[in-house]
Design a protein around this ligand. Structure first.
Ligand SMILES: Nc1nc2c(c(=O)[nH]1)N[C@H]1C(S)=C(S)[C@@H](COP(=O)(O)O)O[C@H]1N2
Ligand SMILES: [Mo]
Length: 230
């Protein structure tokens, strides 16, 4: 669903809000029940599919139901916090950064995995060269245009396979999958890969995000089945 603010009656908005709240509550209940947990750890050296996951060929859409449509000329990306060289990039500024590709698998906490996704965009490594995190920066908090947030340890955010993606399989990312820009962090469950990225905040202290405050694991390693908070 694409949400536009004007022209919608209050009733429709309440309806949508009600559906959203229900979905969030259900996911919180799953977290509390420890649903989908197998109790087996996988072997990341020898296996490809993490424990409790099943392979899909399609690409499901999962989010809070609001797909913020930001025109390219209004789009900005803020990179700030504990960095020596904070940035506010417009679309042209982002495009001027070195462009790279990477292929990786998606593992979603709701138990679907999708292999061999080809991403294009800017490697986080190249972004870090530009903004230069301070030595006391340990955490990264991602903020999105739909108000979603999520937290990642800087060491894992800085991994060589982490990418700010604009393209999937050589096509521009669609709005429902987080276009124009989302994170791709292959080694953690997909809820850490924020769609509609707006701000990358480097922080000295950790700050749990939307799902981390609602029963999801703070870290989210699929091979350790870190689906939910203990
Ligand atoms: N901004 C934003 N990013 C988000 C979410 C969201 O609701 N808002 N949902 C997360 C969750 S729970 C998942 S599983 C993936 C889903 O990405 P997809 O819809 O492209 O499959 O996006 C993650 N990133
Ligand atoms: Mo998710």
């Amino acid at each position: 669903m694409t949400v536009s603010n004007d022209g919608e009656s209050g009733l429709e908005n309440q309806d949508e809000q009600g559906k959203r709240d229900k979905l969030i509550r259900r996911k919180q209940e799953w977290a509390a029940e420890g649903r989908l947990l197998t109790g087996n750890n996988g072997n990341r050296e020898t296996d490809r599919l993490p424990p409790g996951q099943r392979l899909v060929q399609n690409w499901p859409v999962l989010d809070l139901g609001v797909h913020p449509d930001i025109p390219r000329d209004k789009w900005r990306l803020w990179i700030d916090g504990a960095v020596a060289n904070p940035q506010k990039l417009d679309w042209a500024g982002f495009q001027a950064l070195p462009q790279s590709q990477s292929v990786s698998d998606i593992h979603c906490v709701t138990a679907w995995s999708r292999y061999d996704n080809r991403w294009r965009g800017v490697l986080v490594r190249d972004l870090l060269d530009l903004v230069k995190p301070r030595p006391d920066a340990q955490h990264v908090i991602l903020h999105s245009y739909d108000t979603y947030t999520t937290n990642i340890p800087l060491a894992e955010f800085a991994d060589e396979d982490v990418l700010l993606a604009t393209h999937w399989q050589d096509e521009e990312l669609t709005l429902e999958h987080g276009g124009p820009l989302r994170l791709i962090l292959p080694k953690l469950y997909f809820w850490k890969s924020a769609k509609w990225l707006k701000r990358i905040e480097f922080a000295v202290f950790d700050k749990p995000g939307f799902w981390e405050l609602r029963g999801y694991h703070n870290h989210g390693d699929p091979w350790e089945e870190e689906r939910y908070d203990d």
